[in-house]
Design a protein around this ligand. Structure first.
Ligand code: DSN
Length: 490
C-alpha cells in the first residue's frame, strides 16, 4: 500500500507540513486570545482523530490545503445569485472562485454543468428537487397560462400551480435497505414535499432487484426516480436506472454523496458512473471525495438553468470560502494519485469484509464492492447501539445503522456501518483492515447486553475486562505507523 500523498509524509502534503504547522499554530494562538475553550476543543479534536480508528463511512480527512482554504476573508462576502449575475456588488473574486470550482467539477466528472453552491447534501438534493419541479411542472404551467414569470400570475392561477408543484411523486430506495432520509422520508422535508414510495432490495440476496424497481415505477409513475444510498454496500447500475426512468417518463436523480470519490477516482465507470446517465446528479464534497463539508449538483443542459437559480430559490448566500476549498479539493481529485486512493478505498473495503466473514460475522449482502461494509450484529446478541458504544470504548469509531427489516428500528438498530475512506487516507492497507476486522470481532465477542429492570436493555452493555485496553494497544501500533497529518505539530 502506498501512503497517501495528501496526508502522509511520503509526498506533497509533507512539502507544506511545516508551513501548515506554522499557520495552524498562529491561528490557534489568535483564537485562544478570544475564546480559549474553542482553541482547546480544536486541538483536542485533532488529538482524538489522530488516536482513534475512524471508520464512519461518510467521514474522511481533508488535506491541509483544503482546510486552510476555508479560514479566510472569502467568508465575509455576500454573493447571492450566480456567476456574473449577483444581487450584491463587488463579487468579482467570488465569481472567480465559483467558476474555478465549477470548472474542476465539470472536468473531473465529465458533466455538462456543475453548481458548487449547496452548503450540504440536503441542500444539494433540495436544489435538485426544485430544479426538476421548476423545469417539469412550473415552466410548462406558466406556458399553458401564457405567462413568463410566476409574479405575472393571478392569485388563483398561482394557487393552482403551487398545488401542482406540491403534489408530485418520488420513488427512492427505502431507508432500511440503505436509502437516505432526503429521498422522500416523512421526517425530512422531502417526505413532506412529495408523495413518496420506496423500492427495496431482494430479501434473499440483499441486492437491488431492477425488475422490482421497474415494476414499482410502472405502477407508481413517479416524476422523479432517485438512485443512490448511504448504507448499501454494493454498486448500482445507473444505465438500468435510466432505462427505468425513461420508460415511465421520470427524471433520474442520482445522489452520489457517498461514492463520489469512487466516481472521481474512476473505480466506478461505464454503467456504474452516474453522471452520464442521470439527468441530475447530487453529491456532498466531504465524504469519499475528501473535500470540505458541502454539496454540489451536476445536471444536463435541460436542467442546468433551473439548478443555476438554486440561490436564492432554495439556498442562502453562498459560502465563498467553502467554494474555494471545493475548488482545491477537486483539483486534488483530478491528480492521478486520487485514482490510486479510490481503488485502495474499494480494495480495503473488500479486505475488511473478508476479515469479518472469515471470523464468522454476518454482513448485509454477504460482502461489499464499494467503500461500505454493513455488519449485522444480531449474531453477537447485541443491538447496533450497544455495539457502537462498545466499539467506541475500544477506540473504534463507527455508527449504528438499520439493516433490512430491522427488528430494533432506526434508533437502536441491528447493524454497524463501516467505511474505508478515512483510514485509507491515512495509508492503511489490506492487512491493516483485516486486523481492524479482528479487533472489531474481538470487542463484540466480549460485549454482553445488560439486563434492565424491564427485560434486556437495548442500550446498556458490559465489556469484559481488558478488552478495550487490548484493542487500544493494538490500534495504537497501526495508527502510529500511519500518522494523520504527519509533520503537523501544534
Ligand atoms: N449523514 C450522512 C451519512 O452518514 O451517510 C448522510 O447524510
Amino acid at each position: 500500500m502506498t501512503a497517501d500523498p495528501l496526508t502522509s509524509s511520503a509526498a506533497p502534503g509533507a512539502e507544506y507540513a511545516g508551513t501548515a504547522s506554522a499557520a495552524y499554530r498562529s491561528a490557534l494562538e489568535v483564537i485562544e486570545s478570544v475564546e480559549p475553550r474553542i482553541a482547546a476543543a480544536t486541538r483536542q479534536e485533532l488529538a482524538d482523530q489522530r488516536d482513534s480508528l475512524k471508520l464512519i463511512a461518510s467521514e474522511n480527512y481533508a488535506s491541509p490545503a483544503v482546510l486552510l482554504t476555508m479560514g479566510t476573508w472569502l467568508s465575509d462576502k455576500y454573493a447571492e445569485g450566480t456567476i456574473g449575475h449577483r444581487f450584491y456588488a463587488a463579487c468579482q473574486n467570488v465569481d472567480t472562485v465559483e467558476s474555478i470550482a465549477a470548472e474542476h467539477a465539470r472536468e473531473l466528472f465529465g458533466a455538462p454543468y456543475a453548481y458548487v453552491q449547496p452548503h450540504s447534501g440536503i441542500d444539494a438534493n433540495l436544489v435538485a428537487f426544485w430544479a426538476i419541479l421548476a423545469t417539469r411542472i412550473e415552466a410548462p404551467g406558466l406556458a399553458e397560462l401564457g405567462a413568463k414569470h410566476v409574479n405575472d400570475l393571478s392569485e388563483q392561477d398561482w394557487e393552482s400551480l403551487r398545488n401542482k408543484l406540491g403534489n408530485q411523486r418520488l420513488l427512492g430506495m427505502s431507508l432500511d435497505t440503505g436509502g437516505h432520509l432526503t429521498h422522500g422520508f416523512r421526517p425530512n422535508i422531502s417526505g413532506k414535499m412529495f408523495h413518496q414510495r420506496s423500492y427495496g432490495t431482494d430479501p434473499q440476496t440483499g441486492l437491488i432487484d431492477y425488475s422490482a424497481v421497474a415494476a414499482a415505477a410502472r405502477e407508481f409513475k413517479p416524476l422523479i426516480l432517485v438512485a443512490g444510498y448511504s448504507a448499501y454496500p454494493r454498486r448500482v447500475n445507473f444505465a438500468k436506472m435510466r432505462e427505468i426512468a425513461d420508460e415511465v417518463g421520470a427524471t433520474l436523480l442520482v445522489d452520489m454523496a457517498h461514492f463520489a470519490g469512487l466516481v472521481a477516482g474512476k473505480v466506478f465507470t461505464g454503467d456504474e458512473d452516474p453522471v452520464p446517465h442521470a439527468h441530475v446528479t447530487t453529491t456532498t464534497t466531504h465524504k469519499s471525495l475528501r473535500g470540505p463539508r458541502g454539496g454540489m449538483v451536476m445536471a444536463t443542459e435541460e436542467y442546468a438553468p433551473a439548478v443555476d437559480k438554486g440561490c436564492p430559490m432554495v439556498l442562502g448566500g453562498p459560502l465563498s470560502h467553502v467554494m474555494a476549498a471545493k475548488a482545491v479539493a477537486l483539483a486534488e481529485a483530478r491528480r492521478p494519485e486520487f485514482q490510486t486512493y479510490a481503488q485502495n478505498v474499494a480494495d480495503n473495503a473488500k479486505s475488511l469484509a473478508e476479515g469479518f466473514l472469515k471470523r464468522g460475522a454476518n454482513l448485509v449482502t454477504g460482502g461489499t464492492d464499494n467503500h461500505i461494509v454493513l455488519l449485522d450484529v444480531q449474531s453477537f446478541g447485541l443491538t447496533g447501539r450497544q455495539a457502537e458504544s462498545a466499539l467506541l470504548d475500544a477506540g473504534i469509531v463507527t455508527n449504528r445503522n438499520s439493516i433490512p427489516n430491522d427488528p430494533n428500528g432506526a434508533w437502536y438498530s441491528s447493524g454497524i456501518r463501516f467505511g474505508t475512506p478515512a483510514l485509507t487516507t491515512r495509508g492503511f492497507g489490506a492487512d491493516e483492515f483485516d486486523r481492524v476486522a479482528e479487533l472489531v470481532v474481538e470487542v463484540l465477542n466480549n460485549t454482553t447486553p445488560t439486563q434492565a429492570s424491564s427485560g434486556p436493555s437495548k442500550a446498556k452493555y458490559t465489556i469484559a475486562d481488558g478488552t478495550a485496553a487490548r484493542a487500544h494497544a493494538a490500534s495504537a501500533d497501526m495508527l502510529a505507523a500511519n500518522p494523520l497529518y504527519p509533520g503537523l505539530t501544534l
